[in-house]
Unconditional design. Structure first.
Length: 587
């Protein structure tokens, strides 16, 4: 219940007012519905009473129709209010989740998993929307109907009261059974859905590897297991829920039979003058009893939706309440320097890891210089690069740009300073132009000339010009419509399009042939010689002309200098060079 209360606090003032309007019209709907049996009682008495005025019967019949019509109108208006509130609240909730996830560092994203975040943003929000749209209507209407109906039937022969109380006790037991047996299973539904979504996403994203290794049966078994767990849980819960409606219908029919049997006995044993009044009471009592049973059915429907909504609300609040490791800096002024980058005694450890990935990293790259990073797999090269755009924050030490700690900079100005090309080239659905000019940088306009220049520097212009529509050619989701090398060149073009002060290339030359690699580096040095460059690479040929080369091993800098210097001073660099360069090149 605390979770629902916390979620209710997120309702905006306008939504709360509309929800109040829904409550008012629901109360009106109940009031009009419960007035109908009163007019029915009057009509029954008039029909059975000699010399009754037919106009009175018509008048009461007209009032019944008016109440029925007013009840329908009230229900429609209440439903409109509920749907509007549920839809707008869900829209705001999805926006809040999206904005929160966008602010997450990689640490928070990894802790939730992508599949779970997708489920929370879609299925969980839908569960809350359904509960607000329909469940709350039942939950509000049922108490009104129960209390009002009990007030109306109180004092009308104790035998009927005993029957009604017994029926209510049976229905209460049914509702308690549902809450104790079915509801816990419904609460597990979302977690099982997460597992199923995770397996499905893994199958879809890894389909090439799965088929290459004939692993379809293994993946099918994994999916079938998650699917079977979810199915068994749903089956048991819905089997129990399926007993609810026929059981309540049986109780309703038994109550009606009991009311009429008791009524027949009371009429047969009463004086002729009291028989009409007892008959009228019986008709009205049966109508109120039917309303009472319907109230319990509505209440059960609300209780069936509540556990799903409660679990979904809890899962959504877990996302919204998560504190982000990477917080926005307070310095809102853009950097005025030239892009000097410096690491001062930086240590970093991934969340949950036992040891540091980076140990006491210190180096400086002057403005306009190129610093290359090389090392074996797992030495911490990509981790070091990822600290600069603050995908993670170090546990100790400082990273400075033009003498300013990057944690003090606003994230927007930090990102405007950096052109980042990740290890895995990621393209988004759109066009070549939209991918290259991707992002929001208010310092420079995005023009076709900027895009063409970036493509030319990245050696991507020749193949883009061969495409059907040039820079307006379509790019599919994930960039599957172009090759791996073409994706990398478009990713590099995107990183340089906005003319940032610092380039970060995280092994983005790996899919390029040697000639394209050479031409690209020459274009960068000629056209962007004033930009600070930090380059991660596996090939000596890519980094040998860098102004400074860092050699990483197990998260530590074990060598630093130019290519010729490292060939004399760093054993690890020499070993890498021997595996890649010929004897003539080594000489």
């Amino acid at each position: 219940m605390t979770t629902i209360v916390r979620m209710a606090k997120r309702v905006k003032k306008q939504q709360a007012l509309m929800f109040l309007g829904a409550v008012i019209f629901i109360a009106g709907q109940v009031w009009f519905s419960l007035k109908i049996p009163d007019y029915m009682e009057t009509i029954t008495r008039l029909v059975k009473t000699p010399d009754s005025e037919i106009s009175e019967i018509y008048r009461n019949g007209g009032m019944m129709l008016a109440c029925a019509g007013a009840g329908i109108v009230s229900a429609m208006i209440a439903s409109w209010f509920s749907v509007h509130v549920a839809a707008s609240f869900s829209r705001d909730l999805r926006t809040d989740i999206y904005d929160k996830v966008e602010s997450f560092s990689m640490n928070e994203i990894d802790s939730f998993s992508t599949a779970s975040l997708i489920t929370r943003s879609t299925n969980d929000v839908t569960q809350i929307q359904n509960f607000m749209c329909r469940g709350l209507q039942h939950l509000i209407k049922a108490p009104f109907m129960v209390v009002w109906a009990l007030i109306k039937i109180s004092g009308r022969h104790w035998q009927w009261t005993v029957l009604t109380v017994c029926s209510i006790a049976v229905m209460t037991c049914i509702v308690l059974f549902m809450m104790l047996y079915a509801h816990p299973k419904l609460r597990k539904r979302q977690a099982y859905t997460d597992d199923l979504s995770r397996d499905l996403r893994e199958n879809l994203t890894g389909i090439r590897v799965i088929r290459a290794y004939n692993a379809e049966p293994y993946q099918e078994a994994k999916f079938d297991q998650a699917n079977r767990i979810l199915t068994d849980n749903e089956r048991k819960a819905h089997h129990a829920m399926g007993l609810m409606r026929p059981t309540i219908k049986f109780v309703n029919n038994a109550l009606m039979v009991g009311i009429y049997l008791v009524g027949a006995y009371l009429i047969a044993s009463s004086d002729p003058g009291d028989q009409i009044a007892i008959f009228s009471d019986m008709v009205v009592y049966s109508s109120y009893a039917a309303i009472l049973i319907q109230a319990f059915m509505d209440l059960n429907m609300a209780f069936n939706q509540y556990p799903r909504a409660a679990v979904s609300a809890e899962r959504i609040l877990q996302v919204l309440d998560t504190k982000t490791d990477v917080t926005d800096g307070t310095d809102s002024e853009p950097l005025q320097g030239k892009g000097t980058l410096e690491f001062q005694h930086v240590f970093f450890r991934y969340p949950g890891a036992r040891s540091d990935v980076l140990h006491d990293i210190s180096f400086k790259v002057e403005s306009g210089k190129t610093c290359a990073i090389i090392g074996s797999t797992g030495s911490g090269k990509s981790t070091l690069i990822n600290l600069i755009p603050r995908l993670y924050d170090p546990q100790a030490g400082k990273i400075l740009i033009d003498g300013v700690d990057i944690r003090e900079l606003s994230l927007k100005h930090l990102k405007d300073t950096i052109g980042y090309a990740s290890q895995k080239a990621v393209l988004l659905r759109g066009t070549v132009a939209s991918n290259v000019a991707y992002g929001d940088n208010d310092q420079l306009p995005r023009t076709d000339a900027d895009i063409t220049e970036a493509l030319a520097t990245a050696q991507a212009l020749p193949f883009v010009e061969r495409m059907d529509h040039g820079i307006d050619s379509e790019i599919s989701r994930g960039g599957t419509s172009v090759s791996g090398g073409q994706r990398q060149r478009l990713s590099i073009a995107r990183s340089i399009c906005w003319h940032p002060q610092i380039y970060l290339f995280d092994d983005t030359f790996s899919a390029l042939d040697f000639e394209t690699d050479r031409r690209l580096r020459m274009a960068l040095s000629q056209n962007h010689h004033d930009v600070t460059t930090l380059l991660v690479a596996q090939r000596i040929g890519t980094i040998r002309d860098a102004d400074n080369i860092l050699v990483l091993d197990q998260g530590r800098i074990v060598g630093q200098g130019t290519h010729s210097q490292l060939m004399h001073t760093c054993k690890i660099y020499q070993e890498i060079a021997r595996t890649q360069l010929s004897e003539q090149e080594l000489a």
